[in-house]
Each structure stands twice: as C-alpha cells, then as structure tokens.
Design a protein around this ligand. Structure first.
Ligand SMILES: NC(=O)C1=CN([C@@H]2O[C@H](COP(=O)(O)OP(=O)(O)OC[C@H]3O[C@@H](n4cnc5c(N)ncnc54)[C@H](O)[C@@H]3O)[C@@H](O)[C@H]2O)[C@@H](O)CC1
Ligand SMILES: [K+]
Length: 209
C-alpha cells in the first residue's frame, strides 16, 4: 500500500532523491508524467480537446510534459499558462521548449476551457504556501465551472495537501494522480471532495526511506 506523507516529508524526500541518490529532477518529472499519461489513456477519456492549465513551478512542468506525451498520442492539446513567467522553474522552462517544438498551442485566455473535454490541472502542487488570489483564483474557479473531466496533477490546485483545506479556493477534481506518495490531507473532509478518486503513481524508481 502507498505511503502517506506530509508536504514537509515530501519535500525532504524529493531533495534526498535528487541530491543524495542523484536522480535528476527532470527524470522524476518525466516518470511522473509518463505515469499520468498511462492512467489517462487507460481511462479512455475523450481526448478531442485536452486543456492543460499550467502554473510556472514544477507542477506546471509536469503538466507541460503530460501535454507533450498526450499530443504524441494524437490528442488535441492546448496549454493555458497561469501566473508570472518570471518565476518559471528551470525544469518547467525545459518542458516549455519541448512543447514549442511540438507546436502545442499556448494561451493565457481562460475561455479556452469552454470546450474542454479533459482538463489537466497543473497550477500548484505541494509548493502552494499561501491563499490563492488574482489570476490563480480565476483559473481555479473557471476549471470548477466547467463540466469537463478534471485530472489533478499531484494535488488539486489550491488545496493544502496536509489538511485537505482549500487555501481560499481549490480545484474539484474527478481524479487526482498523487506523485510518488499519497498525501495526508486527501483522506480528510473537505479534502475528499476535492481529490475525487486518488491514484498514487508510486512506480517512480525512488527510494523508500
Ligand atoms: N523534482 C521534484 O521536486 C519533483 C516535483 N514534482 C512536481 O512538482 C511539484 C512541486 O513543485 P514546486 O515546488 O515547483 O511548486 P508548485 O509547482 O506546487 O508551486 C509553484 C510555486 O508557486 C508559488 N506559490 C505558492 N503558493 C502560491 C500562491 N497562493 N499564489 C501564487 N504563487 C504561489 C511558490 O513559490 C511555489 O514554489 C509537485 O507537486 C509535483 O507535481 C514532480 O515533477 C516530481 C519531481
Ligand atoms: K495540481
């Protein structure tokens, strides 16, 4: 059975895996994204209009890698960027360059969500540390207003993964693919209402301490 961790433990674990074991962050990102792709394909979701909503951290990097992997599977994919590009993580920048090569359309217009058949929520993962506001809040609200199936990458954006409490507002996902470990807050109320079904992608080639 998958282990359940707090955010602090998760961050410590990621640091250990990257710095001590030496598995590069971008490799972990690829493995996480391959796992998400496989889960999405297995579910036979309608991939005629996949919209990946991506922040500028590594959760967004996961989202961009999923966008590319689904595009390779001949899905129609659009990326909506949310946030400040000046804060882009280096792994996310790598994924952006690859997505450009694959000519995946990119926008910051939330109306691209209107006809989505599947939404991949990759705005925030375990890095969220304060209440959501402004364009982040608008994006989360826009996702929740659609009827499209929503798959959250690692954590429904806006959710405190330790307590399961929304930091102002959080995505209500149909499926959450928790990366490497389950999160403590996913079993709480109201956490359960936000995560939907939880699948743990734990075949990450990482070390269990
Ligand atoms: N190498 C790694 O560490 C791995 C990370 N992974 C992914 O990376 C995620 C964590 O990535 P990050 O640590 O980059 O963090 P996130 O991508 O969750 O968040 C990005 C940044 O947003 C900022 N932020 C926090 N709350 C905010 C708010 N309310 N409004 C505006 N900005 C806010 C913070 O500076 C935070 O670092 C995981 O959830 C997972 O999806 C996976 O790719 C596996 C490997
Ligand atoms: K997310």
């Amino acid at each position: 059975m998958a282990k359940t961790l707090t955010t602090k433990e998760m961050k410590k674990f990621d640091k250990f895996t990257i710095e001590k074991i030496g598995i590069p962050s971008i490799v972990l990102m690829e493995r996480a994204s391959l796992a998400i792709r496989d889960i999405v394909l297995k579910r036979h979701y309608d991939l005629s209009n996949v919209v990946v909503v991506a922040g500028y951290g590594n959760n967004g990097g996961d989202g961009l890698a999923v966008a590319r992997l689904l595009k390779i599977e001949r899905a129609n994919v659009t990326i909506i960027n949310v946030g400040n590009s000046k804060h882009e993580s280096s792994e996310r920048a790598t994924q952006r360059k690859i997505c450009n090569y694959y000519k995946i359309p990119t926008t910051d217009d939330l109306s691209a969500l209107n006809d989505a058949t599947l939404i991949v929520d990759a705005i925030f993962g375990v890095g969220i540390d304060r209440p959501v506001a402004g364009e982040y809040l608008e994006a989360i609200q826009a996702i929740n207003q659609t009827t499209a199936t929503t798959v959250a990458v690692d954590v429904p954006s806006g959710l405190n993964s330790d307590t399961g409490t929304p930091l102002n507002e959080a995505v209500r996902a149909d499926l959450t693919v928790a990366i490497a470990f389950n999160k403590l807050g996913f079993g709480t109320n109201p956490g359960k209402e936000h995560v939907g079904e939880v699948v743990v992608a734990d075949d990450m080639g990482v070390y269990y301490f």
